[in-house]
Design a protein around this ligand. Structure first.
Ligand code: ARG
Length: 579
C-alpha cells in the first residue's frame, strides 16, 4: 500500500487514537479494534466502545475522555453516551480529501492490502459435462466470480478453479450413446446440446435394453484403467464442452485460472485416500459399500466407495481438497455450490477433520438458494429451454428492443449488439445478487430488464449518465494536474455532501465484503450511490455554470463515477459510458 491509498477517514481515526492512547492508557490496536459505527449520524461519525477497552469503568472513562480530549482540525466534537464515546470529524476537509483520493486512485479506489501474502482458492461454476448447465451453475458462476474479485480487491493472491463434473459412469453411458446416436457434425457445431441429446436418447434406450448399463460400466472401467482408446472420445467431449462453456463465460465476462475436474483424481490417488481413512479407523463395510459413520456428529452416513472398487463424488472431493492443500497451501478454499449440497460439504469437512487435517477450517462452503420459475424449469417466451445460452439470448434481445425505442440515442451507440448484451448480462447478474445469497428467487425476465428498481439496467444507466455529464461540458475537465486547484469548498449543498459520504463509505464496504461475502451488500451500496447522484442532478448543474463551480461539481461527479464504476466492475458488470 502506498500511503495515499489509505482511506482519508483512516487518517482521521488515527489522529483520534493519538490522543486516546494517553487518556486511556490503551495501545493502538486495542483502540482501533474498539471503533464501532454510531447509532445515527446525529451521534457523530464514529464511536469507541469503552467496555471493549477493559481500561476501567466505562462511564468514568467516557467522562475522562470528554474532559481531556483536545478538539482540533480533525475532531470537532466529543460526547459521552453511556459506555460509548462519540466523535464527530471535521467533515468538509475529510470530504474534499475523499473526492481527491477517489479521482487520484481511479480504478484502485477502494482496494486494500489486508490480504497481502494470503492465498485463496475460489472453486466455482463447476458444471457437469454431458448434463445441462443448469441455473444452479449460473448462480455459482456469478457469485463465485464476485467472490474471486472481492478477494483480489482485498489484496489476496487468488486462483479460480472450475471443477468440472467430468468423470463417472455417465461418461461410459455417453460413449455408448455416442456410438449409437452421435454425429461428428453436430458435436462440432454445438457439443453441449448434442451431448445432452445423446444422453437423453441413450437413457431412453436403457429402459428397454438393460445390457447398455453393463456396457457403460465396462466402458468407464476402461477409462479408469487409463485405456487410451476409451479416453480419446472422453477427451473430445471434454474439450468441446469447455469450448462451449467458454462462449457463455465470455459473455458473462468471466475467466477461470484453471479448469480442473473430478477426472483429475485417479484410482491410484483414491487408494491413498482409502488407505489413510483406513489407518485412521474411519472406514467400514456396509452392504457392498465403504462408509464412514458420521451419525454422532449429526451428518448421517457418508458413502465413500463401492466394494467393486469404484469411487464416488465425495471421495474425489477428499482427494481434491488434500491435493489443493499440498499444492497451494491455501489460507482459504471456497466452494461456491448450491445449498442442495450443504449436507455433502458438512460430510466432507467433518471427514477431513477426522482425518486430522488441521487446515479443515480454512475450507468454506459458500452456499446459495435456488432460482425458481413458474413451471420448474426456466423457460423463454418461445418455450421451455434448459440451455443457459438460450436464456441469455432472450435477455439480450429484450434489452436490444428497449434500446431501439429511443432512436436518437440508439443511433449514437457504436455497437448496439454488444451494448445490449452487456446490459442483458448486467440484468441477469444483478437479479442474482440483489438479495442475500441463501434466499431463493424467481427468474423474472420482465423485472430484471426493467430500467427502474433494483436492476442491472438501472445501475448501468446511472453510470452512463455520470459519464454523459463530462461529455456535455467538454470545454473543461478535471485532471490529476488541476485537481489541487479546484475549489472543492464550493460543494456545500446537502445533496453534494450526501454523495461524498457515500463515496467515502466505499472502501469500507469492500473491506466488509471480505468478511461477509454477501454480494447484495455491494448491490445495495451501488443503488444507494445511484439514488444519491440522481437527486444531486436536480440542484447541482454543470452545464451553464461558472467555471469554478462547474469544476467542483465535475470533480464530485467524477468521484461518484469512480466509486460506482468500481462497484459495478466488482459485481462483474462492464460499466457503460453510453447506452
Ligand atoms: N459438478 C458438481 C455439480 O454440478 C458441483 C461441484 C462442486 N464442487 C465440489 N468440489 N464438489 O453438482
Amino acid at each position: 500500500t502506498t500511503l495515499e491509498s489509505i482511506p482519508v477517514v483512516e487518517t482521521y481515526k488515527f489522529k483520534l487514537i493519538e490522543q486516546l492512547i494517553t487518556i486511556t492508557g490503551c495501545d493502538v490496536d486495542t483502540l482501533y479494534g474498539s471503533f464501532i459505527k454510531t447509532k445515527a449520524k446525529t451521534h457523530g461519525d464514529i464511536a469507541i466502545s469503552l467496555y471493549q477497552l477493559k481500561a476501567g469503568n466505562p462511564a468514568e472513562l467516557a467522562k475522562k475522555i470528554v474532559d481531556q480530549f483536545k478538539l482540533n482540525e480533525y475532531v470537532t466534537k466529543v460526547t459521552a453516551a453511556g459506555a460509548f464515546a462519540n466523535f464527530t470529524f471535521n467533515h468538509l476537509p475529510l470530504y474534499y480529501g475523499t473526492i481527491k483520493q477517489a479521482i487520484r486512485l481511479g480504478k484502485k479506489y477502494g482496494t486494500n492490502t489486508l490480504g497481502l501474502g494470503k492465498f485463496g482458492i475460489v472453486e466455482y461454476s463447476s458444471p457437469n459435462i454431458a448434463k445441462v448447465f443448469h441455473v444452479g451453475h449460473l448462480r455459482s458462476t456469478i457469485i463465485g466470480s464476485f467472490l474471486h474479485k472481492i478477494l483480489d480487491a482485498n489484496g489476496w493472491s487468488t486462483l479460480s478453479i472450475n471443477y468440472l463434473g467430468d468423470w463417472g459412469k455417465q461418461f461410459g453411458i455417453l460413449a455408448i450413446g455416442f456410438q449409437k446416436h452421435g454425429s461428428e457434425e453436430l458435436l462440432k457445431k454445438d457439443a453441449i446440446k448434442h451431448l445432452f441429446d445423446v444422453y437423453v436418447k441413450i437413457n431412453q434406450d436403457m429402459d428397454e435394453d438393460p445390457t447398455i448399463d453393463d456396457q457403460a460400466k465396462a466402458y468407464f472401467k476402461r477409462m479408469e484403467n487409463g485405456d487410451k482408446d476409451a479416453l480419446v472420445l472422453w477427451q473430445r467431449f471434454r474439450d468441446l464442452s469447455i469450448a462451449g462453456y467458454e462462449k457463455t463465460y465470455n459473455r458473462l465476462n468471466i475467466k477461470f485460472d484453471l479448469y480442473s475436474g473430478e477426472s483429475q483424481y485417479s484410482l491410484s490417488q483414491m487408494r491413498v485416500v482409502l488407505d489413510e481413512l483406513n489407518s485412521k479407523g474411519l472406514l467400514k463395510p456396509d452392504n457392498g459399500a465403504l462408509v464412514i459413520d458420521l451419525k454422532e456428529h449429526g451428518h448421517g452416513t457418508a458413502v465413500i466407495g463401492k466394494t467393486d472398487g469404484s469411487m464416488l463424488y465425495l471421495s474425489r472431493d477428499i482427494a481434491a481438497a488434500d491435493y489443493r492443500h499440498k499444492t497451494y497451501d491455501f489460507e482459504k478454499l471456497f466452494y461456491v455450490v448450491a445449498s442442495q449440497q450443504d449436507h455433502h460439504f458438512k460430510q466432507l469437512f467433518k471427514i477431513l477433520e477426522l482425518m486430522g487435517k488441521t487446515w479443515t477450517d480454512k475450507c468454506t462452503h459458500i452456499s446459495f438458494g435456488m432460482i425458481k420459475s413458474k413451471n420448474g424449469t426456466l423457460s423463454t417466451r418461445k418455450g421451455n429451454v434448459v440451455f443457459l445460452a438460450d436464456i441469455l439470448d432472450q435477455v439480450q434481445e429484450e434489452m436490444h428492443n428497449v434500446m431501439k425505442k429511443n432512436e436518437a440515442k440508439y443511433a449514437q451507440i457504436e455497437d448496439p449488439e454488444r451494448v445490449s448484451d452487456i446490459i442483458g448480462m448486467s440484468a441477469v447478474k444483478i437479479q442474482d445478487m440483489a438479495a442475500r445469497r441463501i434466499k431463493d428467487y424467481d427468474f423474472d425476465i420482465d423485472r430484471m430488464t426493467s430500467f427502474e428498481g433494483d436492476t442491472g439496467p438501472y445501475l448501468q444507466y446511472a453510470h452512463a449518465r455520470l459519464s454523459s455529464i463530462q461529455r456535455k461540458r467538454d470545454d473543461i475537465s478535471v485532471t490529476l494536474e488541476n485537481l489541487d486547484d479546484i475549489k472543492l469548498d464550493l460543494l456545500t449543498e446537502p445533496s453534494a455532501l450526501a454523495v461524498i459520504e457515500l463515496v467515502q463509505e466505499y472502501p469500507n464496504v469492500i473491506r466488509e465484503l471480505g468478511q461477509t461475502y454477501e454480494p447484495c451488500n455491494l448491490v445495495t451500496y451501488a443503488l444507494r450511490l445511484s439514488h444519491a447522484v440522481s437527486s444531486a442532478y436536480n440542484d447541482l448543474w454543470v452545464v451553464g455554470q461558472p467555471e469554478d463551480l462547474a469544476y467542483a461539481r465535475l470533480a464530485l461527479y467524477g468521484a461518484a463515477r469512480t466509486a460506482l464504476g468500481n462497484a459495478l466492475t466488482l459485481l462483474g458488470l462492464e460499466p457503460l459510458e453510453r447506452m
